[in-house]
Design a protein around this ligand. Structure first.
Ligand SMILES: [Zn+2]
Length: 116
């Protein structure tokens, strides 16, 4: 797996938390379910730190995909399919995802893929 993929997943989680924290209705519901949302300032600082460590070209791709797919720009491969669009991935691509260092994108939807 490319070293930046776990950072992208963390960035996506932070972006999703920021969106939840800024939506008062969602924030209240999450708190009532026992989730602890960090302060917006802490989340924003964490976002800046994570973004600073990710390859710039990959970050631009993430930003573009996040604007299209909102909360699901980086998705896992599940049972040989992209979990974003559920398109089946060619066997050779699955092998690349398992063993390679290259960042893989879904040929169908373009989302960034990672192997779990
Ligand atoms: Zn896809």
């Amino acid at each position: 797996m490319n070293k930046d993929i776990p950072l992208l997943v963390s960035l996506q989680d932070i972006d999703n938390l920021l969106e939840d924290a800024s939506d008062q209705g969602d924030a209240h519901e999450l708190k009532s379910l026992g989730f602890v949302l960090g302060s917006l300032e802490e989340l924003k600082a964490a976002r800046v730190r994570v973004r600073a460590t990710i390859d710039q070209a990959l970050l631009r791709a993430y930003d573009r995909l996040a604007s299209v797919y909102r909360r699901r720009a980086v998705v896992p491969i599940v049972h040989g399919t992209c979990s974003g669009c559920f398109g089946t991935l060619p066997t050779a691509r699955l092998q690349e995802a398992k063993t390679g260092d290259k960042v893989l994108c879904c040929e169908n939807c373009g989302r960034i893929l990672f192997w779990m």
